[in-house]
Design a protein around this ligand. Structure first.
Ligand code: NAP
Length: 248
């Protein structure tokens, strides 16, 4: 008798959410969120919120719930969760797929300065300017607070800026290229700092920087964990059924 399929989807991205909504029509799925940020849409009916308690906690969870497949749809920079998922699935021999949107690629008009980490991007200032627009979360933005003489612009969904010298903007995307251009221009940004998250919803800020001729300090994606990776949801049912996926 074949085992009932039970898929754990590690979420945190709109793509993982959309995939869950589609897969739950055919399979038993559980959508998992870290619970660090408010969600834009109500989570799928079958969901859980909160960390697992490291690799050991995740191994226990997978064992106790009888998960048969794990799809890692976390953000490309959520490296800890992705590492834990790899180790736990390897230990239990559970098939695991990384579902990740493609990275952005610069066009000829773009002025990208590649940086490997947020720390490296922060160290580029003040040489790179003194009024960067930080398209980063609060935890990452805090690193810039260590650089003297900066007056960054920080956009957050909620929360406060690390220092009174900063300009804080509250907002939640997606934004249009026109909105982003107007904002960066009005606030006098002299550069943009962002992670290479990929996807269409955050790409308007790149359009704005291009229009305004601003350099972009682009934090490149961390190296991927081993194993199959896809950006294409259409092949995932085949993967669940034991076929391979087209690699990115
Ligand atoms: N990093 C970014 O730039 C970014 C941007 C947008 C969205 N996100 C999303 O926000 C969440 C947290 O990101 P992060 O950078 O803090 O990740 P992280 O550093 O890789 O993970 C930190 C811890 O958060 C818990 N966690 C992360 N994703 C989880 C999930 N989907 N379900 C249950 N627990 C989860 C795990 O706790 P335990 O060890 O206790 O299991 C993990 O060890 C992720 O789901 C990610 O997709 C991240």
């Amino acid at each position: 008798m074949s085992r009932k399929i039970f898929i754990l989807i590690l979420g945190g991205t709109p793509e993982a959410y959309d995939l869950t909504i589609k897969l739950q029509l055919k399979f038993t799925c559980l959508y998992s969120l870290a619970g660090v940020a408010p969600t834009r849409r109500p989570p799928p009916a079958n969901h859980r919120i909160g960390g697992f308690g490291g690799v050991e906690g995740l191994i226990d969870f997978l064992r106790e719930t009888g998960v048969t497949h794990l799809i890692d749809g976390t953000h490309p920079f959520a490296t800890t969760m992705t590492y834990h998922a790899r180790v736990a699935c390897d230990a239990l021999d559970i098939p695991r797929l990384i579902f990740q949107r493609p990275a952005w690629i610069p066009s000829l008009e773009d002025r990208w300065i590649h940086r490997r980490t947020v720390e490296e991007a922060a160290m580029s200032f003040p040489a790179a300017g003194n009024r960067p627009f930080l398209a980063l979360g609060r935890r990452d933005a805090d690193i810039f607070a260590r650089i003297p003489g900066l007056s960054p612009i920080l956009r957050l969904i909620q929360g406060e800026a690390p220092s009174p010298n900063w300009t804080l903007v509250h907002g939640r995307g997606p934004f249009t290229a026109m909105e982003e251009t107007t904002l960066l221009d009005r606030l006098g940004a002299d550069s943009l700092v962002c992670k290479n998250s990929g996807g269409s919803s955050g790409a308007a800020k790149l359009d704005a920087a291009r229009t305004l001729g601003l350099p972009i300090l682009m934090i490149d994606r961390p190296p991927l964990e081993s194993g199959p990776v896809t950006a294409d949801p259409s092949g995932i049912e085949g993967w669940i059924g034991g076929q391979g996926v087209a690699q990115e």
